[in-house]
Every structure is written in C-alpha cells, then in structure tokens.
Design a protein around this ligand. Sequence first.
Ligand SMILES: Cc1ncc(COP(=O)(O)O)c(C=O)c1O
Length: 317
Amino acid sequence: QPGDKILTNAFTFHAVPSVIEHARAVPVLVESNREWGMDAEDLDRKAAASGAKVLLMSYMRGHVPDMDAVMKVVRKHDLVFIEDCAHAYETRWNGQLLGTFGEIGCFSTQSSKGMSAGEGGLFITNNDEIAAKAVLYAGSYERLWLKHFDLDHEMMDSLQNQIPGYSMRMQEVTAAMLTPQIARLPVIKDVHVKNWHLLHTLISDHPNIEIPMPLPQVDSFCDTMQFHLVGMSRQDADRFIDVMKQEGVPMQIFGAKRNARDFRQWEYIEAHKDELKDTIANIEFACDLSLQPHLTEENIRVIGQVVHEVLDYINRT
Ligand SMILES: Cc1ncc(COP(=O)(O)O)c(C=O)c1O
C-alpha cells in the first residue's frame, strides 16, 4: 500500500529504490557487508525499528549474503520476501536456486543480464494468487488470461475487475528470444566461472587489490568481477579507472563519480543517508568489471596484465 515501508539494499542499482518509489512505498535501506551482500544483523535491526513487512533484496552483482541468517530474520519478522535476481541467474545457496527462497523471484532480461531480450523481465512464484494478480496487473482483460496455463478460473474471474491493467505484457517476440536462452544458462555459466577464476588467480595477489570471496555455500554465476582497491587515495583510484578505460578495459567505481549504484545519488528518497557507514566504506573503492561470455582465456590474461601494468603506473607516477 502507499506509504508502506520496504526493506531493501543500500547497495544496489537505482532501479530498485525507484520501483519502491513507483509503488508509492518508502524504502528502508539496509547495510551491505565487505562482500557486497546484505548485512543480516542490520536487516534484523531495521525490520524491528521500521515495522516494515516486506523485504525486497537484491543479489547485487551476484553477491549472496548468509541466506540462513537472512531467512531467520524473514521468519522472525514474518516478512514477505521478494528476491531481485537481476544479477543472480543460475546462482545457488547450498544447492538451492536463488529466486526460490522468497515469495517472488524477479529476473531482469535487460541487455546486460544473464538472459537478455534487450529489455523486459519476468518473475517466478509458487503462490497462485500472486501469479493470478500479476497476469491481471500486466494487462489481461476480458478473460485474455485463458491464454495462460494453470490459472484457477474461479480465482481469475473473481479478481478480474478488481485489478487495474498496467499494459506490461511481454511481447511474444521477447519470449521467443528468451526461451532458448534458458537451456544455455549452464553453458554460459561454465564460461563465466572459468574466466572469473582465471582472472582471480591473475590479480588477487596484487597488494592494491582485495577480492572478498563468497561464502562456501554460494555457487555464483560469475559474470562480473568486483574488487576493492586498497592503500590508494581517492585521486589515484579515480586515475586508475581513467587509465584502465584508455587501455581498453572500462571499469567503474560504485561509490564515485555520481554512480547510480551509490545510494547517496538517490535524491528522490530519504533514507538514512548518512548512517550507512559500512555501505559507504564498501563501495568507495569498489571496482566493477563486466566479463562478457565471449571473452577467451587469452582476453582474460590480457585484462589481468593490464590491471597489473596500470596499477604499477599509478603507483610510480
Ligand atoms: C540489481 C538490479 N535490479 C533490478 C534492475 C532492473 O532491471 P530492469 O531494467 O529490467 O527493470 C537492474 C537493472 O539493471 C539491476 O541492476
């Protein structure tokens, strides 16, 4: 309902607080840890203090918090849990796919995601009523929902005219583009995992680089790499990004240069802007590198070499 409080990540892309704002609800930002996952202890504190009944949690850049701890908080506060899996395709915690822990799992299919149709997205749920409502909200008038399978006709007829239609139906051409990609996900993931681990081997021992590792329960999609720059000034960190770009390896720092993943840029919401010290510390020097699936082992070796050479250049000059 308008005015409801929604717990969400302080570290995520601005699409997430935007969607809360779009629903006329109020985001309550929860701290992120060194590995960029949501901090379950802060979630517990903020759930108690705010009285929020919904958690919209992003696995930002595929980083997964301690899901046992998160689920404990979800149960303790009886939260409706919505998972933003935009960056967590084919990602598991203790063997269980993300997107199946909460009431709803959302997957963006925008162009930079694990499955892409240019734009668009989808969600999964086991809850018949949520599925029914989503079909109607998307825009399904005059029993057009008969084109969907497995919907309870009695429920659909009773909800039909209760729910506005927002014209957000997926086009058939979009669905046609996405369907074959589902089976390809594990193949693409194998490429990402191999490339990520190779790059990790190549750069993780550099004294200016800290790569926090995921918890052992996590099986990641690995389509991007993040690392903290350590022992560097703000100015040198910014120079590093500029020179990397000149060398053909574009990167960004989450907490610098008006990045849309820095909550201090979300001026349209008012939410604990100066209390989120952990998140600020964990995004200020956090570099973000996209690893597209066409990259070969040779490409990854070149990227590793460029990182070393540019860091050496920054340290020398
Ligand atoms: C973490 C995260 N969640 C959600 C979204 C929103 O996806 P869409 O653009 O499909 O609405 C994005 C988009 O890039 C994202 O990065």
